[in-house]
Design a binder for this molecule. Sequence first.
Ligand SMILES: [Zn+2]
Ligand SMILES: [Zn+2]
Length: 276
Amino acid sequence: MASEKSSCPITITPLFSGSSGNAILVSTEDTRILVDAGMNCKKIVEALNMVRINPFDLNAILITHDHSDHISGLDVFTRKFSIPIYATRDTWSGIHRAEKKPHLPSLDYEIIPEQSFSIGNFDIIAFDTPHDTTGSCGYCFSTVSNRAAIATDIGYMTPVIFDHLKGCDGILLEANYDKDMLWNGEYPYYLKKRIDGNNGHLCNDDCASTIAALCKAGTKHFILGHLSKENNLPQVAERTVIRALEEEDLIRDKDFTLRIANRYVPTEPLMLGGSL
Ligand SMILES: [Zn+2]
Ligand SMILES: [Zn+2]
């Protein structure tokens, strides 16, 4: 007799994270979804092999937005493996502009933020993110037992994003730059303004205060992602977040776990649904 599944743990495995390329695997035992394909096809395949996933076994690729660090490998990867792709209408326009050769349109799915859709045993909902391209979004994944979210390339933390993150078991959130490192750094003024602006990226301080609020609301597992190579350091981002949580009397590995997504190689998978 088939019994209804009462548990369907979600695993988040960042393959690459940062302005040099982004691809994050979100999976259950039966369903494997890649969020973004911003590294060349060969490297994505290598990274998938490292975490024992056959690219042909991916159920879907979800794209957050059309910047090259999120779609640069999509063109070749899709023609090779024929995986269905999901993106908002404006992101599709950007993908088509960037494509060197068109792929099969039968693989294209247009999504609308705030309208849920299902892939395998996931219910997924996209939410708008403020960034310097149109159609940019993050994703929230639900199974019968868990909820997880991916939110990077965010100019600032909006109430809409926060509502989607609140109550998740695990979250990958952007910690792009340290304000002092950015403003004392080598970038030209216009770029500093862009990164620090409302359509740029999320700084460590804003990431930290968001994580503290989310942790108080019940989220236990956090991954910091999309760290800037020039304007951040893993230990600086980590220290900023830990400090904000300690100010709320939240203790690492007792009240929450924290890891940093690696820029170039797969990060240790975060499996939700365990004890902590
Ligand atoms: Zn990016
Ligand atoms: Zn971007």
